[in-house]
Design a protein around this ligand. Sequence first.
Ligand code: FAD
Length: 280
Amino acid sequence: MIPSSFEYQRAASVQEALSLMSEDAQVLAGGHSLIPAMKLRLNQPERLIDISRIPALQQISEKNGSIVIGAAATHGSIADSALVQKACPFLATGAGMIGDIQVRNKGTIGGSLAHADPAADWPGLLIAAAASIEVTGSKGSRTIEAENFFTGFYETALEDGEIITAVHVPQLRANQKAAYLKFSQPASRFAIVGVAVVISHDGGKISDARVAINGLSEAGFLDKGAGAALTGQPANADTAAAAAKVAGADCTPLGDHYASEEYRLHLARVYTKRAIIACI
Ligand code: FAD
């Protein structure tokens, strides 16, 4: 459990981090996924560029009706942020459900997104929130919608040399309600299944709904079928049950020694129903 030798460099700014990047280098943030992989020698970068102490990447601020969360903000700092608690309370709640206090104090939102573990909590939370992910490389910055960022099993739309710099989350509007519920792996607290729901209300009806699911398949995803089953319908328990029934219908569920394919799909439907009911 000892990694192969590597060089360590700490960047003081995004520009410095980008200038230090090369084929043999990898970004280090909280190290809670990268270091274990290096100890198992599944990953053997020759250089680590530590971005965890770049002040601009740690900030959480408000800009043009969105919350801007720096990539090196820890799960703990997001859970504790008064701004996130007020503008998008379900994100603060979701951040507080990640791992344990040590994981939350070191792990970062950018590291979690780049790692793209199918059982991570941020993918579904950010997809449901209609967030976008800002990435920066030598050619400048671009933004990718969260729902298009996760492209497969531990795969993302990040290109070589790009660093995630921030996440932009629209603040919830007065007519929107949101919830995140998960069935956790009891030791790590990773999501065996996690469901994030954002519902827009128009009188007694649902005018728009975003349902996103973690843990069920190879990557967190927007469940368009469940969203469509809610849109235009009355906000009641029958509607929640009808939408939950079709949740996960278009994906290939994962099965492992924690939960079979059938059980994961069952959990996804139970938690979809509960999350919708929490929003209505
Ligand atoms: P690192 O480990 O430093 O990096 C991970 C990967 O991302 C590396 O490839 C690195 O090069 C890359 N990277 C890091 N930052 C950036 C960036 N800004 N731009 C581009 N690439 C980048 N997660 C959950 O969601 N839910 C849980 O319940 C949960 N429980 C956990 C329990 C334990 C015991 C542990 C060890 C981890 C758990 N995690 C959980 C994962 C944890 O929350 C971290 O978010 C995750 O490990 C990665 O974040 P990090 O900052 O540690 O990234």
